[in-house]
Design a protein around this ligand. Structure first.
Ligand SMILES: NC(=O)c1ccc[n+]([C@@H]2O[C@H](COP(=O)([O-])OP(=O)(O)OC[C@H]3O[C@@H](n4cnc5c(N)ncnc54)[C@H](O)[C@@H]3O)[C@@H](O)[C@H]2O)c1
Length: 331
């Protein structure tokens, strides 16, 4: 079990995955400090409502700060830390938006990651930094499922390039300063409190409103959709299993964290239609720049290290997402 003796810092705590990780830890009695800059990349009200849920717990502290602001983050560390366990999820997410606003990605994902690395490396007795990477680092790979031993040197979006940069920076910092780190390559996460910029939400919203449902690459896409509860279980299990130093004194690894099933996009939409009780009016579109056609996770290493085993099928997870969607948006 995760040691109870120190606070856990979660960056991106008002975000989708950060909120759920914080909630699970708070419910288990841990002290959690959350940081988020509350940017308006998507609906800020949703981020505020997630924080309202977390603020029901007296063991939760929230600080509105930008992770790329080093002096501000030093203040957080000095006033609320030091933190020996960090779940670092704050980032500019989204593949498609990285074509419109590339600088936001380097600011939050590269500079922000460096600030977190610097703070961790100066913390005495630092135990484990678990940070978010992405399945997008596999870029144009055609070998499936994606394994952590596969090449990741041909990203097809700047978002993917910044996430791969995080992994390389972390490796260098672990080589130089030897503190334990794990990068998690998440595969399309969905569920209650999910992101409005992601396909499950966009589809559910359009179907509900009777609007055209935009489906790229004429629907010939596959995604390893992973339910949020499985992701949280995986993140916390990994947090509890920091890597040992290898024979080069590096204590860094990257792990896949997906559902290990690659679903046809059209099957996913059919599951949404069933849960909503309405047919989708599909608007087939060509492939979008920066997107990949298929994702599929091999989680062999993750399972071996911490027993990670996803259990939620889309038939179970999608109705739970829709229950939340309909009650939150009162539709
Ligand atoms: N959701 C997925 O399917 C998925 C897939 C692969 C990787 N990831 C990665 O997982 C992490 C969490 O994703 P999510 O889905 O919860 O996204 P999210 O956008 O809901 O959460 C990220 C949070 O970080 C905050 N943030 C962004 N830049 C910041 C900065 N500079 N300083 C402080 N806070 C900042 C945002 O306000 C947001 O609340 C991200 O790193 C994302 O890239 C997510």
């Amino acid at each position: 079990m995760i040691s109870m003796h120190n606070k856990i810092l979660i960056t991106g705590a008002a975000g989708f995955i950060g909120f759920h990780c914080a909630l699970r830890l708070l419910q288990a009695g841990h002290d959690v400090v959350g940081v988020d800059n509350m940017n308006d990349y998507y609906d800020v009200q949703l981020k505020e409502d997630r924080l309202t849920e977390l603020s029901n717990f007296t063991n939760f502290t929230f600080i509105k700060t930008d992770i790329s602001d080093k002096p501000a983050m030093e203040d957080v560390w000095n006033n609320y830390g030091p933190f020996k366990r960090v779940i670092h999820l704050a980032a500019q997410a989204g593949v498609r938006y990285s074509l419109q606003n590339p600088f936001a990605y380097v600011q939050s994902n590269v500079l922000g990651h460096l600030v977190i690395l610097e703070l961790c490396r100066h913390t005495e007795g630092f135990e484990h930094l678990v940070y978010a990477s992405s399945s997008s680092v596999y870029g144009g790979n055609t070998k499936l499922p994606y394994s952590v031993t596969d090449r990741t040197d041909h990203p097809v979006s700047l978002y993917a390039a910044t996430k791969r940069s995080d992994e390389l920076m972390s490796h260098a910092y672990s080589h130089l300063y030897h503190f334990p780190q794990t990068g998690l390559r998440f595969f399309t996460v969905y569920g209650p409190w999910g992101r409005p910029d992601m396909s499950p939400f966009i589809f559910a919203n359009a179907i509900t409103k009777g609007q055209k449902v935009p489906v790229f690459n004429n629907g010939k896409m596959k995604r390893d959709f992973t339910y949020i509860d499985d992701i949280v279980t995986g993140v916390l299990a990994v947090l509890d299993h920091p890597p040992e130093q290898d024979n080069e004194n590096v204590a860094h690894r990257v792990l896949n964290i997906g559902n290990t099933k690659s679903e046809n996009l059209m099957d996913f939409i059919a599951t949404l239609e069933n849960a909503l009780g309405t047919k989708a009016d599909i608007d087939f579109k060509p492939m979008q720049a920066g997107d990949v056609k298929e994702t599929f996770a091999d989680v062999t290493e993750t399972t071996a290290i911490c027993g990670y085993k996803p259990t939620t099928t889309i038939q179970d997870g999608v109705p739970k997402f829709i229950d939340w969607f309909q009650s939150y948006y009162k539709v």
